[in-house]
Design a protein around this ligand. Sequence first.
Ligand code: PLP
Length: 457
Amino acid sequence: MNDLVADALYNDPDFQNAAQKILKTAAKHSEKITKISPPKANLTQSYEETLKTFNQYRGMDLFYPYLGSGAGNGALVELADGSVKYDLISGIGVHFGHSHPKLIAASLDAAIEDIAMQGHLQQNRSSFELTELLVESARLPHCILTTSGAMANENALKLAFQKKAPAHRILAFEKCFMGRTLALAQITDKAAFREGLPHLIHVDYVPFYEWRDPAGSTKRTLAALDTLLSRHPGKYACMCFEMIQGEAGCNPGKKEFFIEIMRKLKENGIAVIVDEVQTFGRTENLFAFQSFGLQEYVDIVTVGKLLHLCATLYTEEFRPKPGLIAQTYTAASASIHGAKAIVDSLLNDGYLGPLGKNMQLRKHFVDHLQKIADKYPDNFEGPFGMGLMIAATPFKGEREKVLAYAKALFKAGVITFIAGTNPTRIRFLIPPGGITTEALDEVSTILEEVLVACLKK
Ligand SMILES: Cc1ncc(COP(=O)(O)O)c(C=O)c1O
């Protein structure tokens, strides 16, 4: 018996049958996308004109001449010029798989909710269910949903500052990335990202983990931390961590390194913020801090990207006073249902664990990259990264050459992205729910062919 009209609607066989029919129809068309292909001659001119106008409207150029058609199949995506490409960057870590049936089903469930956007004042049951899922899987008691990774990080900083007031400084790692709001652009360790912006908060940096020298690296970072702590005693509210530095080039830290630093922070009453916007869902565990065994040290954790919405999770100690945290939107209903579907799939469809799909896909791809590195030792270094955050350094990391390589790969049908400066790397954030080992075989052949073509130029 359905006590609620909403349940009667969801359980209505007419809706269920219609949803099944839509899913079948979507699959029928998606299945036609089976391999990479060049643009269609009759679409090329209008595509180029549309992109030109789009760039004009935006007031800046897109990185790639990319405009999706709205269809795809797993790791394959159709562009509006009729070309089909392998998507090995998935919107910088967002897409679970193009035209993924679970996400289409989730969107259909969202489509019949009474509201398209949910917000902090009025949330539907789907928001509660997702919040509960995140709280239980993070084993942290509190969670607030939000619209972007940057907003999740802003909320994290506010929780830390309020709790630790009047401490007002922040500690961060060199080369970190936290987002692009005015405050976060101060923390993100890239001068170009804050050019012309006012200086709003005080951030001090310590070196990140250096895998070539584990013991020395830990020693140097602890020493740098000691220096800062004695220079500004009692002034630090928090330290921001990425378990694997994504924008810096997919550089993982190490458990022992993190523990030593986090212990020192705890001794000094400084909050530990772990930014999992890029790492979420990409290692052996849902959260990378779990893969590093850091549960007891984390105070505040932010997530985004692959989750399809963003959130700030936190311990009891960091509960805010009324007024600190609010926002009109939490997310679109489609994001909330999508996030539920993705977390459910990651947890129950064999993605996690040392032998899960994430690690199997990694191993398969990394083996290919290693072969390329062995064959072209002067021009392809790596592979680097952890889990499904993977990178390599072509052409000794020379930025212009790596950029040219990424753009040539795009033309050849493989979408990647760059990361890091000095060295600049080629980065892969593969869609875990969409890619196959056969696709990775084909991608690897193209990576090598395009590398050789670039070398000849
Ligand atoms: C580690 C990290 N934190 C925060 C962000 C910001 O997320 P968003 O772009 O959703 O604001 C990103 C985005 O790349 C990120 O990689």
